[in-house]
Design a protein around this ligand. Structure first.
Ligand code: ZN
Length: 85
């Protein structure tokens, strides 16, 4: 059985939060693009909002990777680091 943990992500601008399941036994986990967009929808929902989607206090360390893919579209995702130390 694969073990996962739920990580809570927050947006203090909209007062929203959502959870994402990540593998329990890894320190760094990069979410898929589809997961990233689902999280953005859950936390903000407005594609034109400039709140930054994941903002405010978080339980985990988040590194957002904003990248432009070969097709010219952005392929944003982010990496969750489970412990802050
Ligand atoms: Zn927003």
């Amino acid at each position: 059985m694969r073990k996962t943990v739920d990580v809570i992500l927050r947006n203090d601008f909209h007062g929203t939060k959502c959870s994402v399941k990540i593998p329990a036994n890894v320190r760094h986990h990069t979410v898929s693009r589809s997961t990233y967009y689902k999280i953005c929808r859950d936390l903000c929902g407005s594609p034109t909002c400039t709140c930054g989607q994941i903002r405010g206090y978080q339980d985990v360390h988040i590194d957002v990777d904003i990248d432009i893919g070969p097709d010219g579209r952005s392929c944003d995702t982010f990496t969750i680091t489970q412990d802050k130390n």
